[in-house]
Write a protein that binds this ligand. Structure first.
Ligand code: ADP
Ligand code: MG
Length: 572
C-alpha cells in the first residue's frame, strides 16, 4: 500500500475551493449581485444572461455605485462597506454582510465591474480573471454599477461538472429573479436571456397592498393573484397575501416568506402555515402565500450559510399565533377549537415550556405543597377567559382575575408605536389619488401655518381651493383608510390652534393621541388570539398602566379576595 505525502494546498487553490462553496451555481451569482444592487438602493435593475448563466451574467443598477478608489478593494476578501466595526456584528448576523460575494465570484470567473459613485467622481472599470486584476481604467458609466460575470467556473472544472442541465440552471436563475422582484416592489426589475425579454417589471404604483398584488400578478398571473386575500397584522409589521390553489393546477409550492425584503426559508413558518391552513383546505388544494415581515434584527437570527437564508425566530410561539391569525383573516373565519386551546394562554417567560396542567378554577391541583415541581407549574401566566360588553377582556393569572380595558390597552399600544415612529422620520404613504377634506377657512389657516411641522411628522397636505385641503400622504404607521384620514385631518385642523405654544414632545403626543382615537374602534369582538397579542404588546409598553388619556387600563381582583367574598377560608 502506498502512503501519499501530506501537502499544503496553495493559497490559490484554497481560495477557489472556498469560493466554490459560496458560489455554487449561476443563480447564486445572480442572488449575490441582486443583493448588492438592492443594498446600494437601486431603483432599477437590469439583468442579462446567456447560456443559463454559464457564459454571462450581467447585472446593471442605478444605485449608489462604488468609489473609483474602492473599486479594486470590492473584490478583495472580507471587504465590505456595510459594516465597519464590532458593534455592527449584529448586522453581519442578520444580513450576512461578510464581504465574500464579489471576492468569491471573482475567484471563479472573468469579472468586469464598472461603476460611477456620483457625478463628482469618475467612472472606473476593472477586469479580473480568477481574482487577478488585469485592468483598471477609466470607463464610461452612468450613476450606478454594472457587474459582468463571464465564463463561470472556467478555472474550476469540478464545480462546472456538478451543474445541472441548462434548463434547470436557467429556471433557478429565473426563480431567484422572481423572489427578489416579489419582495422589492419599489424597484423596477428587467431580465433578458440571449437578448430576449423574460420579464419586464417596472415598479408598480399605489399603496403597499396594490404594489404587492400587482407584482404577484405580473409574476404569477391572474389565476393565482385573483384567488388571494390581503392580510396584515395590527400588532406586528406583517402583510401579504394568502390563498389556496387546486393542487392539480400546479405542482409547485407557492409559499414565499420575506423578512426585511429578502426571501427567507423557515420550517417554522411552513409548519405554521400548514397547520393554520389545514382546516380550510380540501385534499386537492394547497396553501399559497406571499408574506412579508418587517422585523427588528434582535427578534430573529439568520443562518448566514451563503446559499441559504434559513431564519430562526426568537419567539416561535408568537409566529405560530401570528400565522394562524393571518390565515383566519384570509379565510374570513374564526378559529378552530384546537387553535383556541393553544393560543389562549400567554406565559410571561416565553422561553419556558408551557405548563401541562388544567388551569380551570375548580382544578384539584393546588399550590399548597411547596414542592419544587409544583412550584414550577405556577409560572406566571395569563389565560384569556373571554370578553364582556365587547369592551373588557378577562384573564386569569396565577393570583388574580385581570380585567383589561380593551380600548384603552389598544390605544396605549398604538400610542407608543406612533410616538416611536414620529421620533424617527416617519415613512410616508403617498396616495395616487389624494384625499380631499372640506374644512373652514380658520382650520385651513391652522393647517397651512403648521405645514412644515406636519411635513416633518409625515403629513403631506396641499391647499386645494379655499375650503378644501388635499392630503397627498400620511405616515404609513397610521394605516388610515380614506374616511379615517378625513376625520383625522378635520380634528387635527381644529386642535392645532391650541398647539402652537406647546413643546415639540407635547405636540407629538397630541398628534399620536388623536391618531389612536381615530384608529381604535370603541366596541368590537376580539379573537383569543388578538386578546393575547394585545396583552403581550401592552406588556412591552413603557407605560402599560394608563391609557394615553390618563385612564387606568386594567385592574386585578385577587383570588384571595374572590375566596373571601365567597366565604371560603383559603385561596383555591
Ligand atoms: P458585502 O455585500 O457583504 O459587503 P460583497 O462582496 O457582495 O460584500 O461586496 C463588496 C462591496 O462592494 C460592498 O460592500 C459594496 O461596497 C461594493 N458593491 C458591490 N456591489 C455593489 C453595487 N451594485 N453597488 C454599489 N456597491 C457595490
Ligand atoms: Mg454582497
Amino acid at each position: 500500500m502506498k502512503t501519499n505525502r501530506i501537502k499544503i494546498l496553495s493559497p490559490g487553490t484554497v481560495s477557489k475551493i472556498a469560493a466554490g462553496e459560496v458560489i455554487d451555481r449561476p443563480s447564486s451569482v445572480l442572488k449575490e449581485l441582486l443583493e448588492n444592487s438592492l443594498d446600494a438602493d437601486a431603483k432599477t435593475i437590469n439583468i442579462d444572461f446567456s447560456a443559463s448563466g454559464k457564459e454571462l451574467i450581467r447585472v446593471n443598477d442605478d444605485g449608489s455605485g462604488v468609489l473609483a478608489d474602492d473599486i479594486e478593494l470590492s473584490i478583495k476578501r472580507h471587504s465590505t462597506s456595510k459594516i465597519s466595526d464590532f458593534s455592527d456584528l449584529d448586522k453581519l448576523n442578520t444580513f450576512g454582510f461578510r464581504g465574500e460575494a464579489l471576492y468569491s465570484i471573482a475567484a471563479v470567473s472573468k469579472l468586469t465591474i464598472k461603476s460611477l459613485a456620483n457625478k463628482s467622481n469618475l467612472a472606473r472599470e476593472i477586469y479580473a480573471e480568477g481574482g487577478k486584476i488585469l485592468k483598471n481604467s477609466p470607463a464610461g458609466h452612468s450613476q450606478g454599477t454594472t457587474v459582468e460575470v463571464k465564463d463561470l467556473f472556467y478555472n474550476l472544472p469540478a464545480r462546472k461538472k456538478f451543474l445541472k442541465t441548462d434548463a434547470t440552471e436557467r429556471s433557478r436563475i429565473i426563480k431567484t429573479f422572481e423572489e427578489y422582484a416579489l419582495s422589492n416592489t419599489d424597484v423596477g426589475f428587467y431580465i433578458r436571456s440571449e437578448g430576449s425579454e423574460i420579464y419586464s417589471l417596472p415598479a408598480p404604483k399605489g399603496d403597499e397592498r396594490k404594489k404587492l398584488h400587482s407584482r404577484i400578478k405580473s409574476v404569477y398571473g391572474e389565476e393565482i393573484s385573483d384567488n388571494l386575500n390581503y392580510v396584515s397584522d395590527r400588532f406586528m409589521d406583517v402583510k401579504g397575501f394568502i390563498g389556496s390553489i387546486n393542487r392539480f393546477s400546479t405542482s409547485k409550492t407557492i409559499q414565499f416568506f420575506f423578512v426585511n425584503k429578502r426571501p427567507v426559508t423557515s420550517l417554522v413558518l411552513v409548519q405554521a402555515l400548514y397547520r393554520a391552513m389545514s382546516s380550510y383546505l380540501d385534499r386537492n388544494s394547497r396553501a399559497v402565500s406571499f408574506i412579508h415581515f418587517d422585523l427588528k434584527p434582535d427578534t430573529f437570527d439568520i443562518n448566514i450559510h451563503p446559499q441559504k437564508r434559513e431564519i430562526r425566530f426568537k419567539d416561535e410561539g408568537l409566529i405560530f399565533s401570528l400565522v394562524s391569525r393571518l390565515v383566519a383573516q384570509a379565510m374570513g373565519a374564526g378559529f378552530s377549537a384546537e387553535e383556541e386551546k393553544n393560543t389562549a394562554v400567554y406565559y410571561i417567560r416565553d422561553k419556558e415550556r408551557p405548563v401541562e396542567r388544567s388551569l380551570e378554577i375548580d382544578s384539584s391541583i393546588q399550590p399548597h405543597s411547596q414542592h419544587k415541581a409544583q412550584d414550577e407549574m405556577f409560572k406566571p401566566f395569563y389565560r384569556f377567559l373571554g370578553q364582556i360588553s365587547q369592551s373588557y377582556l378577562l384573564f386569569e393569572t396565577e393570583k388574580s382575575l385581570l380585567v383589561l380595558d380593551q380600548h384603552a390597552a389598544a390605544e396605549r399600544v398604538l400610542f407608543e408605536k406612533y410616538l416611536g415612529e414620529l421620533d424617527s422620520k416617519p415613512q410616508v404613504q403617498e396616495f395616487i389619488v389624494p384625499v380631499t377634506v372640506d374644512i373652514t377657512a380658520s382650520q385651513m389657516e391652522n393647517l397651512m401655518s403648521n405645514g412644515n411641522w406636519l411635513k416633518n411628522v409625515g403629513f403631506e397636505i396641499e391647499r386645494f381651493g379655499s375650503n378644501t385641503i388635499s392630503v397627498v400622504g400620511t405616515p404609513v404607521v397610521f394605516g388610515f383608510d380614506d374616511n379615517q384620514i378625513k376625520e383625522f385631518i378635520f380634528s387635527l385642523s381644529q386642535e392645532l390652534s391650541d398647539a402652537k405654544e406647546e413643546s415639540e414632545t407635547i405636540r407629538r403626543q397630541r398628534l399620536a393621541r388623536l391618531a389612536c382615537k381615530k384608529s381604535v374602534k370603541a366596541r368590537r369582538d376580539i379573537t383569543r388570539e388578538e386578546a393575547v397579542a394585545l396583552l403581550k404588546n401592552l406588556h412591552n409598553c413603557k407605560h402599560p398602566n394608563i391609557c394615553p388619556h390618563g385612564r387606568p387600563i386594567s385592574f386585578e381582583l385577587g383570588k384571595s379576595e374572590i375566596s373571601k367574598k365567597l366565604g371560603r377560608g383559603k385561596v383555591l
